[in-house]
Design a protein around this ligand. Sequence first.
Ligand SMILES: *[C@@H]1O[C@H](CO)[C@@H](O)[C@H](O)[C@H]1NC(C)=O
Ligand SMILES: *[C@@H]1O[C@H](CO)[C@@H](O)[C@H](O)[C@H]1NC(C)=O
Ligand SMILES: *[C@@H]1O[C@H](CO)[C@@H](O)[C@H](O)[C@H]1NC(C)=O
Length: 849
Amino acid sequence: MSKIYGSLQLFFVSCFALLGFCSSSFIARDIITLNQSVIDGKTLVSSGGTFELGFFSPNNSNNRYVGIWYKRNPVQTIVWVANRDDPITDSSGVLKLSKDGNLVLLNRSETMVWSTNILKAENPVVQLLDSGNLVVRDDDTNLSLWQSFDHPTNTLLPGMKLGWNLKTGLIRVLTSWKNHDDPSTGSFTFGVDRRGYPQAFVWNGKTKEYRSGPWNGLQFSAVPEMWPNFILNFSFTSTADELYYSFSLKNDSFCSRLMMSSSGKLQRFLVAKDDKSKSWNRYWFFPKDQCDNYRACGAYGICNASASLVCQCPTGFKPRDPQNWFLRDGSGGCVRKTEFGCQNGDYGFLKLQDMKVPDTSQAFVNESMSLQECEAACRRNCSCTAYANSKVTEGGTGCLYWTSELIDLRVYTEGGQDLYLRMAATDLAKSQDSEAHSSERKRLTVGLSVCVCVVVLVLPFICCFLSKKRKKNGCSSNKKTEVRASRLKGQGMQFVESNVSSRREYSGEYNKDDLELPVFDFATIAIATDNFSEANKLGKGGFGTVYKGKLKGQEIAVKRLSKNSGQGQQEFKNEVILIAKLQHRNLVRLLGSCIDGEEKMLIYEYLQNRSLDSLLFDKEKSSSLDWAKRFQIIRGIARGILYLHQDSRFRIIHRDLKASNILLDGEMNPKVSDFGMARIFGGDETEANTKRVVGTYGYMSPEYAMDGVFSVKSDVFSFGVLVLEIVSGEKNRGFYYDNSEFTLLAHAWRLWKEGKGLELMDESMKGSSSADEVLRCIQVALLCVQERAEERPTMSSVVLMLSCETTTIPQPKFPGFGHERIPLETGESSAKQESCTINQLTITIVESR
Ligand SMILES: *[C@@H]1O[C@H](CO)[C@@H](O)[C@H](O)[C@H]1NC(C)=O
Ligand SMILES: *[C@@H]1O[C@H](CO)[C@@H](O)[C@H](O)[C@H]1NC(C)=O
Ligand SMILES: *[C@@H]1O[C@H](CO)[C@@H](O)[C@H](O)[C@H]1NC(C)=O
């Protein structure tokens, strides 16, 4: 099979090479000079071969348009159209550079249907650049006279500016196509509004549809997922001359474009340049839910997409008309219970967290004020209703304040901003009273955990000090310790004990509970693993190499962490103490650790049946996994992750769940390993993971793979992939380097939709299975891999759905990455449907508890 693929590949590669050769020697040119032309059927190709300009007809149309598209894409993706409102009805069109220096498009009767409309140029030349920009420039001075980047259609490419040139008065906006088959000017525009504090809007005609919020230094206020981003750079430039939004790629191994669909939805697409299928992945889209609709909840109404009542009033406010939340003319929304007075003491400020800041088109801005000055400014103006920082960078700078009703508020689970809402002192006091109870309890817990933290942080220092003292006194007579001590000379490493028993001697002196984990010295581990011999090597993963060893008769697995964890010894120590506290029958048990200068090691119990992937994906060994075992494994993994997410004292997101991280003991009990690694790899983890990602892309949730955003729901996604792999015995392949048609997720989804879910099952366990259980597992897995994180169940629901036959399980929706690539035109009703499903899901789960 792979041979066939290989030779096909070779065939295509040589075809492309041949084509490239042909085009460069015969037709490919990127320049039109005076009196030259491009006729229908011929094209210009940019020097790097990325873009092509020529005549095209959209899908179901015979009209001819001059446009620019990606040359290498199998499905023609138009990024720019010249004569969008003036099609040519036959193939007689000619694009030429006229004597006066204009690029013009003529039809059969030599009538000019489109022109660049510049006044006059002396020695013009037209060039299609590899950025996709078509430029008319003066060949003598090289001065650009006209460029297609200044006249965007529905697509923003890297380097294009969306916004204003204040000197020339040029305004660049995206304008939608009328429909999929018709590039003529549609009703939606996307651009930058200069008023107040600038924001981007999608307008339908003159009506505001969606608001990006202002640029807060890192991202648009309404798009928290913009930052951090490992693939794209976003920027918002505001100078005396220019005001624009723009993006670029951090490295040139990807192509990306931002497009506005004909229904006004923004979509960003991405493709890796070495992706053989060359098909676009939808990377981001907006709006995401009903809260992204402009003023979804009216004045002062706060939209919360994850609440059962989506629109809520802030404390001190009440619904103006509870029946009419969604009236977009502003008649809905909230009103104050009490108007605030203007004397000091009459009013106060309520801090709302994680907010999208309200519409700033009429806000007052001063970028050099601090938050205190901002509050003072707000207090000085009796009509001021709220204030906030204008930038979130550097801990928050600048001042925004509003003197009108607050419009278009929403709250995020994370990534929003603080907003200080002015209200009458009486309402503020009431709200504080009613919250006093719960917050007191909260404070108590916070206090407690601070205590725990202090203990955890301080104790090692005490121990450090003690063991130092002890060594000075010559108490440490252990030979191995001496070996190690000489190795460590000058490295300031004292916090090492030679073995378990010597540690026990101290146990009376500090909280045993916090320091139960033995610390081994380097020499002990080196001996146990036969000096990290090749023969003892069990495997290698992103975080380091694993060796088998034997310590006091017990078999151990030693994880020697790669050196780039970027973590200090003390931090490592703290993390290890934390991880050691995680004890569950479905987690691999940590036996100890070892630190020696750069070397950091974790010592685990050794598990007889090694890792799940070594059995599951091996055609011979996989027959040893019958359905009963697989189901037991699935449920065990679910319980292990649930413990990490919820039941342990420290919430842990695993971030790297995959078959090779599931180990099996002698009875085939699954044990999750590598948990807490993300913590050990501290601040660099996201970077580390992104570099490492390539190998395990198949398990990554879209939001993690694309935006580096982790949450418990990213683990849920990986779990879903894992379950599909366990059921099918097939490995899910990554999405970048394979056509999505062939991913396991897409395959599973298709079978499920066709009612043939059981066909997904691994051949080797047919006969041993219970159809009910298999189908339930597939259904749960498909719920877990849904594209939108908020629609995926939590692990507690997963455990419930897996274990309880009577639970109603919701119907899954198409999986992230698994669906056909470009379901561009989602219907208008999609947002509403989605929120229904969210509610349905939550309700079902709640009821079944
Ligand atoms: C050429 O374009 C002009 C203006 O759009 C139009 O009136 C004319 O009919 C066109 N000629 C042909 C042959 O299509
Ligand atoms: C902005 O605030 C600073 C500090 O309060 C003040 O000096 C400056 O004049 C203000 N600028 C404007 C335009 O109001
Ligand atoms: C309050 O601010 C508004 C808007 O900036 C302004 O029109 C009004 O004059 C200010 N009022 C006072 C008392 O400063």
